[in-house]
Design a protein around this ligand. Structure first.
Ligand code: TPP
Length: 377
């Protein structure tokens, strides 16, 4: 295994000193090291991977140095546009180092949402004409090679990071939150206070995993919950699409990282949705599901943003009691949102959905449509 700090120092030795990206569980230890060691000006946790690539392009234009963009391979889709129409050699010819977490690697067991992405990661890079190397113990030579390649060819190169490549970073991010409320407890309160006729569309990561386990614990099936296991950042648009053509209450449960990733999706959704679209933002200030790297949610006014997007009411809950009383109000006949401020603690033994996404969709769809006496299409 590679020690993240040694790797970080190797990057510095090779003049990679500007870091930006979206965190990934396979890069968790490296991300933690970068967050800890890099001056804040030189490390930007971006809203999405395409933004990160553009930031690295800006850095190169301004300094002539090469940025490093890190991401999970799910983020490849987000970088393709700026990669091909900004960084490409036929456009502005901007080099950088891409560090890509290899979820769904063929032959390695992984979740359904990572399978196709894993199969296509290397072929996709080939199609994009991006050279890649798979990171191993020869990393010092490999990073040096990348530096020389970038310099000579003035184009991006990718480093692929397999599962368990990095060892634990010595200085783990601590939970400094004084809030007792966990995301899981919040979800439990929500589930306990909505009816069998209400539907949930939940975001990528542990939110959906926790909802699955809460229903299991209550011996309930999962037909009321659409667990959006992949497609991070699109939950609000997905829930909006569902709610527009249903007369059921659709509770969209988002995370701050996901909310920020494609913020425009919610803004546009709000111009179109009806009063049955209920938006809940679980704000733990970080990408908790992949290691707890901070988002900017504690630096921006989420309440005002949601109000400006068109929510008639925006409720805030920081305690179980506030949450319990707010959730009742959420059922009002108005466009209403709730921000729940939680800590960033989750269970170590949290499982994953044991049913397939396809089965989940079928069950959800059947229940949603069967009980729709009149669908407002
Ligand atoms: C496009 C894309 N980039 C990165 C990821 C990896 N990823 C999965 S969950 C997650 C964090 C989500 O953060 P947030 O919405 O705040 O929810 P939390 O985990 O804090 O509950 C990330 C970055 C992904 N699935 N898809």
């Amino acid at each position: 295994m590679i020690n993240p700090l040694d790797f970080y120092n190797t990057l510095l030795d090779n003049e990679f000193t500007f870091f930006t990206g979206v965190p990934d569980s396979l890069l968790k230890e490296l991300c933690m090291c970068i967050t800890d060691k890099s001056p804040s000006k030189n490390h930007i946790i971006a809203a999405n991977e395409g933004n990160a690539l553009a930031l690295a392009c800006g850095y190169n234009i301004s300094t002539s140095d090469y940025g490093l963009v890190y991401m999970q391979n799910s983020g490849l889709g987000n970088i393709i546009n700026p990669l091909l129409s900004l960084a490409d050699e036929n456009v502005y010819k901007i080099p950088m180092l891409l560090v890509i977490g290899y979820r769904g690697e063929p032959g390695v067991k992984d979740e359904p949402q990572h399978i196709k992405q894993g199969e296509l990661t290397l072929p996709l890079l080939d199609t994009l004409n991006i050279k890649y190397i798979v990171l191993n113990d020869e990393y010092k030579n490999q990073i040096n090679y990348c530096h020389n390649y970038i310099k000579k060819n003035e184009k991006p190169i990718a480093v692929i990071v397999k599962k368990d490549t990095f060892s634990k970073y010595e200085n783990q991010i601590k939970n400094n939150s004084i809030n007792d409320l966990t995301r899981e407890k919040s979800l439990e309160i929500i589930i306990n206070n909505i009816s069998d006729n209400d539907f949930v569309v939940s975001t990528t990561g542990k939110t959906s995993r926790e909802i699955f386990e809460i229903r299991e614990k209550k011996d309930k099936n999962h037909a009321n919950d659409f667990l959006t296991v992949g497609s991070m950042g699109h939950t609000a648009s997905l829930a909006a699409g569902i709610s527009l053509f249903s007369n059921k209450n659709i509770f969209c449960i988002d995370g701050d990282g996901s909310f920020l990733m494609h913020l425009g999706g919610l803004a546009v959704a709000m111009q179109n949705v009806k009063n049955n679209f209920k938006y809940i933002l679980i704000n733990n200030g970080c990408h908790e599901s992949v290691g707890g790297q901070p988002t900017i949610s504690d630096k921006i006014d989420l309440y005002s943003i949601l109000k400006a997007f068109g929510f008639e009411e925006v409720l805030i809950a920081c305690t179980e009691e506030e949450l319990k009383s707010n959730i009742k109000l959420l059922k009002n006949n108005s466009k209403i949102a709730m921000i729940i401020n939680t800590n960033n603690i989750s269970r170590q033994d949290l499982g994953r959905p044991t049913t397939t996404p396809a089965f989940n969709k079928k069950e959800f769809q059947e229940k949603l449509r069967n009980k729709n006496e009149s669908i407002n299409i």
